[in-house]
Write a protein that binds this ligand. Sequence first.
Ligand code: FES
Length: 174
Amino acid sequence: MTDQNNKIPFEEDNYTHNIDRNNERMLDRRGFMKTLVGAAGLFAVSSLPWGAVAAKELMNLGDKEYPKTKIADVKNVAIGDSVDFSFPSEHDSAILIRLSEKKYVAFQNACTHLRCPVFWKKEEGEMICPCHHGKFEAHTGVPTAGPPRRPLPEIVVKIENGSIYAVRVKRYEA
Ligand code: FES
């Protein structure tokens, strides 16, 4: 005769039978999401100072005065014509347009989409980017057609003693 109380009630070789596997999976997912959110938060916080530095750098660029650069003599630019020049460095190509007797506008002419050179199309009264049919309004440099979303950086010009000078880049200003 055997003593039933001393026996294991059933064959036990799996010690995880009491774990709810669905819950276990949920915990895994929750844990993963927490890790993901934590990592995103950490990235955002750690990149904040760099964003601030970059913004400051761009703001300084917008406010910065450069040595004035002669673009052309007034008498050599007819109303409706344009002149290509570089400002502030020789690598920053730009365009001056004489819109009326006294109105001159100038912009850095690297397209704000993918940096193709933008040119003045007198007959259309707009600046055109040939790469993807981008167009920019001549008074403000604001995009009016095609993929560009940001205006061309404006260059402040000054007339002195019959000559036109570039003096400042109004980058990132409205
Ligand atoms: S580069 Fe000017 S529209 Fe694409």
